[in-house]
Design a protein around this ligand. Structure first.
Ligand SMILES: NC(=O)c1ccc[n+]([C@@H]2O[C@H](COP(=O)([O-])OP(=O)(O)OC[C@H]3O[C@@H](n4cnc5c(N)ncnc54)[C@H](OP(=O)(O)O)[C@@H]3O)[C@@H](O)[C@H]2O)c1
Length: 212
């Protein structure tokens, strides 16, 4: 089975990827931050594909193994810290804030006041695989405006929320993106991978990991 999930743009640098679950109407969270709309989704054990090869491209664990470092906004970090256990204790995590954040005893979590755009730029030079922008929409908007997001993987949840936290917060950042993969899972989720269009970048520069 071909594994495209680690496919990345080859520049010898890390790839900045916003991988996020989103409702039909473009929200990543309810206004009260509750996650019941994502948590009730059954695990899938089979899948179908619309166009292309029958492979689960973005199964979470496979995606996670392609990630070197996580970047998130302070609000997302606080939601994750409210869980029984912090879900990413074994990877480097950067939390963006203009203030202070208590990381308790999480050794691999770094709180930073650095401009998120230059932070991600620096991480791209430091790491070779994916830099996962966990969210939320506020941080994603800053990074989108700064032009540093290379890839977006959406898990479209068949739910309409009506209001909440938008996929991208406010900002003027119109950009052209290309759909690269589309997977329809039998549990009702649809996963779509987009890659930013780059002027003068030949298609062949995107090389699936299986071909490396
Ligand atoms: N559906 C999903 O897959 C998914 C994924 C991630 C998050 N979420 C949800 O999204 C919600 C949080 O999203 P959000 O948009 O409200 O918040 P967020 O992006 O997680 O965090 C916003 C905070 O990040 C810091 N920040 C943002 N831009 C910055 C900049 N340019 N410089 C310095 N710091 C900056 C600020 O922290 P300070 O205010 O401390 O300065 C800002 O208040 C939560 O409910 C979370 O559960 C959902």
């Amino acid at each position: 089975m071909r594994d495209l999930s680690c496919g990345r743009i080859i520049f010898g640098m890390g790839t900045c990827c916003y991988y996020v679950a989103v409702s039909i109407d473009g929200f990543i969270a309810k206004a009260d931050d509750s996650l019941d709309w994502v948590r009730h989704i059954p695990q899938h054990n089979s899948f179908s594909v619309l166009g292309g090869e029958a492979v689960d491209l973005f199964e979470y664990h496979r995606f996670f193994s392609s990630v070197d470092v996580l970047v998130m906004g302070r609000r997302t970090f606080e939601v994750l810290m409210s869980f029984m256990e912090f879900p990413y204790p074994d990877k480097r995590v950067f939390v963006c804030t203009r203030g202070e954040v208590d990381t308790r005893d999480l050794a691999l979590v770094t709180v930073t006041n650095e401009d998120p755009v230059s932070l991600v730029d620096n991480l791209k030079h430091e790491f070779k695989n994916r830099i996962w922008i966990v969210g939320g929409g506020g941080l994603a908007a800053t990074l989108m405006k700064g032009g540093v997001i290379d890839e977006i993987i959406l898990t479209l949840v068949p739910t309409v929320l009506g209001s909440g936290i938008r996929l991208f917060g406010e900002g003027n950042f119109e950009q052209d993106w290309e759909r690269k993969e589309l997977v329809a899972l039998n549990n009702g989720l649809t996963q779509i991978r987009f890659q930013k269009k780059r002027k003068g970048l030949r298609e062949s520069l995107f090389i699936p990991a299986s071909n490396l």
